[in-house]
Design a protein around this ligand. Structure first.
Ligand code: HGY
Ligand code: MN
Ligand code: MN
Ligand code: MN
Length: 427
């Protein structure tokens, strides 16, 4: 695909930055935590408001809107060869507790605006363009990341698993979905996409790291997405009175958890590569009283690497540590569950080239890079050629209220996305 394919109408792309900023701010107001933080959990009342807001924006942009059984939302702009597999784009709008207002949102609102930019320029797509807002990219409520895109990618076990999944308040996935208006949520099989449903999927997202800002580079073109994994662990001991039980008689589930958390760090650092990462983002002690020896502990471990084998070796070592800590401390390892152990995803060459030439046409600097954060693109790559476009974010901050992306950077990302979608729609 060469510049010659670019109808000259595309040379003057104008992003409605005022409206886009207003939308980002309005969307951030649907939150269960005080500004500037955002908390928007799957199927919560705030999530439902955000869904209604996005569906309305899609309709106003002239897209035909539909939703699937779990609430993945699709807005389609029909091309002049509508029978061809469309080009898709999109991201998520759910937000983990006390996070920011750009993660995911830039790729949904920015995609709708990219369509607006193309429409205003007089461009006519050959392949339809479809914006997708994925249900629940974050694992917060049910512990499963990229729930909507996993199901679309046809994750077998997940549909079964969801039938018996409950949240921390014991609300089942199905009841939660129904409370948000998804009455036929049981029809999970209707969510998975036929291979070839899309000719391409491109996601615009903030980098969630400092590389682009430090390199003063406008655009990141993602070549691969790191392989994420998450593990849930429970230890059980006898608990007891924090003063009366002497140390030799104790089997402290809290200290077992602490020792395992440090073991995670030890194994990650010993992997031999800077690309291996790991943390314990959730650590709960029961009964959680200062003068009661923890009788139960619950940890949730997140470990990732761009090399899948190296990551799996770390998971093995973490499991060995859990077993030896349990026997050493005479506590019971009542759960060691690998919730997800996903392969990495490689971006499609054609999409990388389209994003490169779009950046060149727009005279924007760009650099190729891997994504250490996971995204719905990781799963869309299983059913469609995939690509991602990154924009810089302030100090690389993300998953916290200080997350910020300037409208200049967002507008650059929207223009590169618009041109990339235009190119891919003419293929
Ligand atoms: O955790 C992640 O990588 C993504 O931002 N949810
Ligand atoms: Mn996130
Ligand atoms: Mn995200
Ligand atoms: Mn547990």
């Amino acid at each position: 695909i060469h510049e010659t394919h670019f109808p000259n109408s595309l040379s003057s792309l104008s992003v409605d930055t005022e409206n886009l900023q207003k939308q980002i701010d309005e969307l951030s107001s649907f939150s269960d935590s005080p500004a500037p933080s955002v908390t928007r959990i799957l199927y919560s009342e705030k999530d439902v408001s955000a869904r209604r807001y996005i569906k309305n924006l899609m309709a106003v942009a002239g897209l035909s809107v539909r939703e699937d059984a779990v609430g993945n939302i699709f807005g389609r702009w029909s091309g002049y060869e509508p029978e061809l597999p469309p080009v898709s784009t999109g991201s998520h709008t759910d937000a983990i507790p006390y996070s920011g207002k750009y993660d995911g949102v830039v790729g949904v609102l920015g995609a709708i605006e990219a369509i607006g930019v193309l429409k205003r320029s007089g461009f006519k797509p050959k392949r339809s363009l479809e914006v997708i807002m994925f249900t629940s990219e974050e694992p917060t409520r049910f512990g499963i990341s990229c729930l909507g895109s996993r199901l679309m990618a046809g994750s077998k076990g997940l549909a079964e698993q969801l039938k018996k999944t409950v949240d921390s308040e014991n609300v089942s996935f199905f009841d939660a979905a129904r409370s948000a208006g998804y009455a036929n949520v049981e029809e999970l099989s209707t969510v998975s996409l036929e291979k070839g449903s899309y000719s391409a999927f491109v996601e615009l997202h903030i980098e969630q790291g400092p590389i682009l800002e430090e390199a003063a580079t406008h655009i990141g073109i993602v070549t691969a997405i790191a392989a994420p994994a998450s593990i849930k662990v429970d230890f059980e001991g006898n608990g007891g009175h924090a003063g009366a039980v002497l140390m030799p008689q104790r089997n402290d589930a809290g200290l077992a958890a602490a020792e395992l958390a440090l073991a995670v760090e030890k194994h990650v650092l010993a992997s031999g590569s800077i690309d291996t990462v790991g943390t314990v983002g959730i650590l709960e002690l029961h009964p959680g009283a200062i003068n009661s020896i923890p009788s139960r502990s619950h940890l949730e471990i997140d470990t990732r690497d761009i090399d899948e084998k190296r990551r799996n070796t770390v998971i093995e070592k973490i499991h060995q540590s859990a077993l030896s800590i349990a026997s050493g401390r005479k506590v019971k390892l009542s759960e060691f569950r690998i919730v997800n152990q996903d392969p990495p995803a490689i971006s499609d060459e054609l999409i990388i080239k389209a994003a490169e030439s779009a950046s060149e046409v727009l005279k924007l600097s760009y650099k190729k890079m891997i994504s250490r954060a996971y995204h719905d693109s990781l799963f869309m790559a299983r059913v469609s050629p995939m690509g991602m476009i990154f924009i810089p974010c302030y100090k690389g901050y993300s998953h916290k209220p200080e997350e910020f992306a300037s409208m200049d950077n967002i507008a650059n990302g929207v223009k590169v996305l618009a041109l990339t979608l235009a190119k891919l729609s003419l293929v």
